[in-house]
Design a protein around this ligand. Structure first.
Ligand code: ATR
Length: 283
């Protein structure tokens, strides 16, 4: 019934979606690998998301990335979930199978770990306690990544302490939920500090945290990448901590989708970073 399309089609579904860096990212790889295909932004309002996801096979899409606010809707709209999507409770990558079935994956945890491994080769999740600021969807992916990477002491600090405690319920006794007032104390002896809150993002208040208790060898990273140098990373760098910015997580989480849709395992390198940062949405 369907013709085998030689033109490969994928995209990113969100609302709004104009700010997404994913078209520039995948567009760079498509050009670099000489692939006949396209990766397009799909602006889909929340009340149409399920319908739009279900229509992907009929439209000839090989799949899409899913971004805010559709990541949870996508969990309910696909035919099967991979283990990461089930555990994190969110889908960021949809693959249309040969049979037209929709597979929902979550590659955020993969992206987080791969970014740290590439940017800071000596670092391992098992190397010391990790402090995670925030307990939203991004924090769930980070905690899943740390658990899979072998971390045994993960301290989740959140303004709403109940959400931090919930992560302990989901991920087990390696994860302790703490209130925001305990943040400075939680830094004691840590090997990693991760910000997953929106604090420090352009237009949001800065993340104001006393880092005195944090060992200067601890790796500090932020999932916020606009600006690249967040106030947290700036303070950490000035006191001598190694830092990794958040753009790499975005670049690495894109790899599994690109490979599934376009058939090439793509590389994350300086040229990709430059292309993404030069994109109109990245400025
Ligand atoms: P995401 O899915 O991107 O993680 P989210 O689920 O809205 O988004 O989570 C945002 C995180 O940033 C939460 O941990 C939130 O804290 P609450 O759970 O208490 O809301 C945190 N956050 C946002 N604004 C904050 C602020 N001004 N101070 C402290 N934490 C904040």
């Amino acid at each position: 019934m369907t013709e085998a399309p030689s033109f490969r089609l994928a995209g990113v579904m969100g609302w709004p979606v104009g700010h997404s860096l994913s078209p520039a990212l995948h567009g760079h790889w498509l050009a670099r690998y000489g692939i006949r295909g396209a990766y397009v932004p799909l602006a889909v309002p929340p009340d149409r998301a399920e319908q739009a996801i279900r229509a992907l096979p009929s439209l000839g899409f090989r799949g899409v990335n899913v971004t805010i606010p559709h990541k949870e809707t996508a969990v309910r709209s696909v035919d099967r979930l991979d283990a990461a999507a089930r555990r994190i409770g969110a889908v960021n990558t949809i693959i249309v199978g040969e049979d037209g079935a929709l597979e929902g994956r979550n590659t955020d945890a993969f992206g987080f770990l791969e970014n740290l491994r590439q940017a800071s080769p000596g670092w391992t999740a098992a190397g010391g306690p990790a402090v995670v600021l925030g307990a939203g969807g991004a924090a769930r992916a980070v905690v899943a990544a740390l658990v899979d990477g072998g971390a045994t002491d993960i301290r989740v600090v959140n303004r709403t302490v109940e959400r931090a405690l919930e992560l302990g319920d989901v991920f087990g006794d390696r994860v302790a939920g703490l209130a925001w007032k305990d943040a400075s104390a939680a830094l004691d002896g840590a090997g990693l500090l991760v910000n997953t809150t929106s604090l420090g993002m352009a237009g949001e208040p800065a993340l104001d945290l006393d880092l005195r208790g944090l060992p200067t060898e601890a790796l500090v990273t932020d999932i916020v990448y606009a600006p690249l140098l967040t106030p947290l990373l700036d303070v950490a760098r000035k006191r001598g901590n190694p830092t990794v910015d958040g753009l790499g997580m975005l670049l690495h989480q894109a790899r599994p989708g690109f490979e599934a849709w376009f058939g090439v395992t793509p590389t994350v390198d300086a040229a990709l970073r430059e292309a993404v940062l030069a994109a109109p949405a990245g400025r």
